[in-house]
Design a binder for this molecule. Structure first.
Ligand SMILES: CC(C)(COP(=O)(O)OP(=O)(O)OC[C@H]1O[C@@H](n2cnc3c(N)ncnc32)[C@H](O)[C@@H]1OP(=O)(O)O)[C@@H](O)C(=O)NCCC(=O)NCCS
Length: 369
């Protein structure tokens, strides 16, 4: 029997700084009433200059490891799903690996825009069920505030910064991620895009003048696409898990727009009380929205062991997907972890590695003049 991937740890991190709709209405021509009625968003969190996608990811990850009672060295795999990586390369996942001291983990970034967390969850689950990996960390982390044009009211009202992380562990008992579906349609790639800064439009004065380094979106088309695929992929994932919609205790959707979520729930005939929504306080945090919502659903007492949950998302690409999870919680154990101490150990380790690399380069230079 293939092992199941149980979610045994979860954590989230959001910047302290809150940007309200009222503040936004001083920056662009908009209003709290317009934003709230069209999106359901009231406020979002915005990273301080010293906060980055990796630093938020590290905070969320250490919390997830604390809950799972695991050391960073227990991890075999780190996947960072992000639409706002720190660089094109190296992968943000490698920065996280170094800063938490996950000495035995492979690490890579996954780019499927706002569906990235569902894709990452599925990839980690496949790695666990194949037996090649025992323990994985899946992170959704964003600082999209750095990539939106704060003069473009079509996009800047929507997004927020934050990170969420899950620890996944192998177990024989049937629970954890029971099924997942992933879909894409690149014919809609122009509907939501950040065109500049890659190899197609490398950064030049021209690309910057044209604003190609900012998020561009056809909101109406994305809205139509999202309402269609949310219900479709939920139904597919539930059927794949051998369940019916009545067996689902909670839907945790990608938190992009209240009206998109309501339309999907209506199509599925799922009452709103079986859905968790927190986008009023965070806006669209892209890949981070599902794990952040999961953390808050747990804190609010909305998740119990044995509950069946659907996580469903959509995003640029176009991409979409859903996963069915049977909630189980941490494996029994008593190990206490102190995130601050782990962070310090990782720092010292990283410093020593960098120093050794310098010494090695110096010696190599002396021996090979
Ligand atoms: C962006 C979105 C909120 C816009 O809502 P909408 O009802 O479709 O609004 P429209 O784009 O049709 O614009 C209606 C009017 O409001 C204006 N408008 C757009 N943004 C505005 C804002 N922030 N404040 C005030 N007016 C605004 C438009 O200019 C337009 O004016 P016009 O009729 O004079 O041309 C909505 O389309 C949406 O949420 N789409 C999905 C986006 C999404 O989720 N993206 C992320 C995917 S992961």
């Amino acid at each position: 029997m293939s092992p199941y991937a149980h979610i045994t740890g979860w954590g989230m991190a959001v910047p302290e700084r809150v940007l309200t709709n009222a503040e936004l209405s001083l920056m662009v021509e908009t209003s709290d009433e317009w934003i709230f009625s069209r999106t359901g968003i009231r406020e979002r969190h915005i990273a301080d200059p010293e906060q980055t996608t990796a630093s938020l990811a590290v905070e969320a990850s250490l919390e997830a490891l604390r809950i799972a009672r695991l050391k960073p060295a227990d991890l075999d795999l780190i996947i960072v799903a992000t639409s706002s990586p720190e660089h094109i390369f190296p992968a943000t996942a490698c920065l996280v690996q170094d800063r938490i001291g996950a000495t035995k983990a492979g690490a890579f970034d996954l780019l499927a825009a706002c569906s990235g967390f569902i894709y990452g969850l599925n990839m980690a689950t496949q790695a666990i069920s194949s037996g090649s990996v025992h323990t994985a960390l899946v992170i959704g982390a964003e600082t999209l505030s750095r990539l939106v044009d704060w003069k473009d009211r079509n996009t800047c009202i929507l997004f927020g910064d934050g990170a969420g992380a899950f620890v996944l562990q192998a177990a024989e008992e049937r629970a954890g991620v029971l099924s997942a579906v992933m879909r894409s349609d690149g014919s809609g790639s122009d509907l939501l895009t950040l065109p500049g800064g890659g190899s197609r439009f490398p950064t030049t004065i021209d690309t910057v003048t044209q604003g190609l380094h900012y998020v561009q979106m056809n909101g109406r088309e994305v809205f139509r696409f999202a309402t269609r695929v949310m219900s479709q992929s939920t139904q597919e994932a539930v059927a794949k898990a051998g369940l019916r919609l009545e067996d689902i205790q909670l839907v945790i959707p990608h938190q992009a727009n209240q009206r998109i979520i309501e339309t999907a729930l209506k199509n599925l005939e799922i009452p709103p009380e079986r859905c968790f929504i927190n986008l009023d306080r965070y806006g669209n945090t892209s890949t981070a929205s599902i794990p952040i919502a999961t953390c808050e659903a747990f804190t609010a007492g909305r998740l119990k062991p044995g509950d069946n949950i659907v996580m469903v998302g959509f995003g640029a690409g176009l991409t979409w997907g859903a996963a069915v999870v049977e909630w189980s919680g941490p494996f029994p154990g008593v190990r206490k972890l102190r995130p601050a101490r782990l962070r310090l150990y990782a720092r010292i380790r990283s410093f020593i590695l960098r120093l050794l690399r310098r010494i090695d380069a110096w010696m190599w230079g002396r021996n090979n003049p």
